[in-house]
Design a protein around this ligand. Sequence first.
Ligand SMILES: [Zn+2]
Length: 334
Amino acid sequence: MYQIKGYTAALLVVFLFCSMVIPLAASTPTVLRPGMRGAEVESLQSALRKVGFPLKVDGIYGPETTKAVQELQRRQGLQVDGLAGPATRKALDELLNTENLTHVVARGECLSVIAQRYDVPLKTLMEANGLVSSKIIVGQKLTIPRAVPVQSQPSRIDYTVQGKDTLYAIARRFNTTVSELLRYNHLPNPDRLQIGQKITVPLRTTRLPLIWPVRGRISSGYGWRIHPVYRRKHFHGGIDIAVPSGTPVRAAASGTVSRTGWMGGGGLVVVIDHGGGITTWYLHNSRILVRKGQRVRAGDVIARSGATGVVTGPHVDFRIKVNDRTVDPMTWLP
Ligand SMILES: [Zn+2]
């Protein structure tokens, strides 16, 4: 339906991102080993630090670095040889891209040192753990929030005009404005779009990387449709994913549960607030398994699907709202 235009740009971003973290992964397939020195060793060390090994970043592959690499290999089920080869670096890269890590507080550690060690602002660390003071105790488990890389987000896409599309409808669908569309497209007649016409849609960068709340057939898409029960034209603010009742419904991204309960035609609904004005909505559940104020991580089971509210059969109606306006979930989901 539409294809990614900012693809090259996205690749460049991926490359830049990777090269900031571990340049070795992108360019040189050399194996780093004890005794080596230099910038590559330095970036290996800083990557190791970021996943929780308290190393000195001095660019020298000494016993300390070897020990950290061995420990990483042990944890990841790799061959424990203390050499940083492709498999070890790939595992490290994956760890770096993991959304959250857990840190167990050791004797003598204080919150600001832990924050520093993982390169996380103290405030973010406290928020992620619901801490109101910096008091922590030995053995306490802390969630270390990871900045989610913005790599695969294109800056714009090519959209092909369909059916009864108007500029307003397209702008609404992609959470942008008509004037933005006009700025990016030279349209001889903006009031009359042609079916098949290509339009460049600039995307806002506020999109969150999401996972699917359930997997199933999309029984109804986002946009105008005839309501299956009321039989009149209405705007469908989400996508319907057909799944049997009782299917685990998962949080599409980390956040805080902001609303739960019966909401008219939506039946039993869970709403998760992801910050930045972004919320995700999960409708028609048979059971709700979280409570308001609870923090959830991407993939946590928050409800069991069902057929509550106004429906013709069991499904999950999944919605995304940005500042209280719905956007097409298909443009955000992987
Ligand atoms: Zn629906």
